[in-house]
Ligand binder design. Structure first.
Ligand code: F6P
Length: 329
């Protein structure tokens, strides 16, 4: 079988570990692997990975020492052309031209929506791996890159706590998550934040200010507020304004972590998850599977139809919100 592998959408730490796993697993089973550069855009442009000697197939050694690298050695993109019907048809033609039998896309919901469209015009099989820091896909407990993004954000919160404590300040730390509060909630819990603002929940500003006044009266010197970029108010800067106007008793500062959370060397959990899923995707293709995402649910490897991975919002666990509130009371 000739398998094409690519990374698409926002890069996520651990994507390289997944590419490595796909190549090693596929080559060891006697398959050929074509590395497609820059996601769907690279596929449309026939931009394929090449060895130094010009050979287009990836070898076992093509993926040496990439396990620990952040970003993606194959590059990535958000392709506007591929969103069009003409683009999808052209991509299918490219796959036929290069006699590719199966694809392993590594990405998030946009990548899998694209895979579903592609499958309407191409009869090869597609098994995807969830690569996104957002952890917003159903069919897996965690996505590749989430653990590293949280680790990075928690490191930042820990550092900010030092200066917040010294100056008796409140920091609003904005983390990624346009539609999903997973990074914010996990960062808040691990960073001991007093307040979290998520896209999934209502932020009651007057009640929050009252809570902050109580904490101040009890001698609390520093406050960390973790805000998802897509919280209902529209991010940390707006929430900061609202808190001030409502009489926030602390001097405040805003820090946007932004794309810092996407880079960096993947933590071991992401490397292991990526390795298991890349290998499982190849083994699934071997068994004749198609149209599915590989995931891990409660420790077990599972397959979920692409459409189900993004059909509904993946809810943040309410029990963890309760724990956070208890810790911050
Ligand atoms: O989906 C991953 C993600 O990092 C989101 O958390 C964030 O909202 C978005 O990508 C940012 O996208 P871009 O890199 O295109 O600005």
């Amino acid at each position: 079988m000739r398998i094409g592998v690519f990374t698409s959408g926002g890069d996520a730490p651990g994507m390289n570990a997944c590419v490595r796993a796909v190549v090693r697993s596929a080559v060891s089973k006697g398959h050929e692997v074509i590395g497609i550069c820059r996601g769907y855009q690279g596929l449309l442009e026939e931009d394929f990975f090449r060895q130094a000697d010009g050979e287009p197939l990836m070898r076992l050694r093509s993926v040496s020492h990439i396990l620990q690298l952040g970003g993606t050695v194959l590059g990535t993109s958000r392709s506007e052309l591929f969103r069009t019907k003409e683009g999808v048809k052209r991509a299918a033609d490219v796959l036929r031209k290069h006699r590719i039998d199966a694809l392993i896309p590594i990405g998030g919901d946009g990548t899998f929506r694209g895979a579903v469209e592609l499958a309407r015009h191409w009869d090869g099989r597609i098994v995807g791996c969830p690569g996104t820091i957002d952890n917003d896909l159903l069919g897996t407990d965690y996505t590749i890159g989430f653990a590293t993004a949280v680790h990075t954000a928690v490191e930042a919160v820990d550092k900010l706590r030092d200066t917040a404590e010294s100056h008796e300040r409140l920091f609003l730390v904005e983390v990624m998550g346009r539609h999903s509060g997973f990074i914010a909630l996990w960062t808040a819990l691990a960073g001991g934040a007093e307040v979290v603002a998520l896209p999934e929940t209502h932020t009651d500003v007057p009640a929050t200010v009252e809570h902050l006044k109580t904490l101040k009266s009890r001698g609390k010197k520093s406050i960390m507020v973790v805000v998802a970029e897509g919280d209902e108010l529209g991010g940390a800067a707006i929430l900061d304004d609202e808190l001030r106007r409502a009489g926030c008793p602390f001097d405040t500062r805003v820090v946007l972590l932004g794309h810092l959370q996407r880079g960096g060397t993947p933590v071991p959990d992401d490397r292991i998850l990526a390795t298991r899923l890349g290998d499982f995707a190849v083994r699934s293709l071997d068994r004749g599977v198609g149209g599915m995402m590989a995931g891990v649910v409660r420790g077990e490897l599972v397959l979920t139809p692409f459409e189900e991975t993004y059909a509904r919002h993946k809810a943040v666990p309410e029990s963890l919100l309760d724990v956070l509130q208890t810790m911050a009371s």
